[in-house]
Design a protein around this ligand. Structure first.
Ligand code: ZN
Length: 272
């Protein structure tokens, strides 16, 4: 099996200090958390930024500060969110592409998201795909439900998304597919041969979905964007803690961990 690519998602758009006092929110906290996760074995950092009040923002200056701070310390692959949070406007979301990250999230359809609605209209997806192509950004195609795979493949038919594709299966969000082994296997069977994929389970399902992904030859995402508890009743104190656990687990299961440059080669990115 290919080496395991670990993505760390340290902050997200939803996790607040009410959920956990340990979530990194300032550019320095986010960059430090990514660096610690990289030291433990993370190859990709999926980055959201917050404003001075800790609220989600798509402010480019905030992104630049976080990315510069990370780049000063390590060669982790930068994957910027183009969502920010569920109610951001399309123009601000598209603007993130100007920063030319190696990867960026591409949420391939609309879904209920807890008590809110996460809108990714067909028109927006087309525009986002065009922008990512223009700036040579590898889309991390986020899939909350199986129909979204087909949204992405329709864009591929128009040559707006190019194979080999990289899918991120987001399971266990209220409104998307539940985080069950059967659902994950169905998603894996539904993507074109030659694609790579990673999966995450929100909240209590993180470790289950991580484990199945390691065994099935996929890749994994961990971090406080998706889960704040390390185990039942115990908050994670750092994002690195989650990374270390999947590194240990993967080695027990016989799979080595990809460095950022090995991950670049698996995903077809240019080496740094
Ligand atoms: Zn995200």
């Amino acid at each position: 099996m290919e080496k395991l690519i670990i993505t760390v998602a340290p902050t997200g758009g939803q996790t607040t200090r009410q959920h956990t006092p340990y979530v990194p929110l300032t550019p320095k906290e986010i960059a430090d958390s990514v660096y610690e996760a990289w030291q433990e074995g993370a190859a990709i950092a999926h980055i959201h930024v917050r404003d001075q009040h800790g609220k989600p923002t798509l402010d480019l200056e905030r992104y630049i500060e976080v990315v510069d701070r990370i780049r000063d310390k390590c060669d982790i692959i930068i994957n910027l969110t183009t969502a920010g949070a569920v109610k951001m406007n399309d123009e601000d979301r598209l603007r993130v592409c100007k920063l030319r990250p190696e990867m960026a999230s591409f949420d391939a359809g609309s879904t209920n998201f807890g008590s809110e609605v996460f809108i990714n209209s067909p028109d927006f997806l087309e525009r986002l795909a065009i922008k990512m192509k223009e700036y040579q950004i590898k889309p991390e195609i986020e899939i909350f439900d199986v129909g979204m795979i087909h949204n992405a493949l329709r864009l591929a038919e128009k040559e707006l998304l190019k194979p080999p594709f990289h899918f991120q299966f987001v399971l266990g969000v209220k409104g998307g597919m539940p985080a069950t082994p059967k659902n994950l296997m169905y998603l894996v069977d539904s993507i074109p041969p030659g694609s790579t994929w990673s999966a995450l389970g929100a909240s209590k399902d993180q470790l289950t979905i991580n484990t199945i992904s390691i065994l099935l030859g996929g890749h994994v995402r961990v971090g406080m964007e998706d889960s704040v508890y390390f185990r039942k009743g115990e908050l994670a104190k750092t994002n690195a803690q989650f990374v270390k656990r999947v590194v240990d687990l993967s080695r027990i299961l016989g799979r080595e961990i990809a460095t950022p440059n090995e991950a670049r080669s698996i995903l077809g990115l240019n080496s740094k």
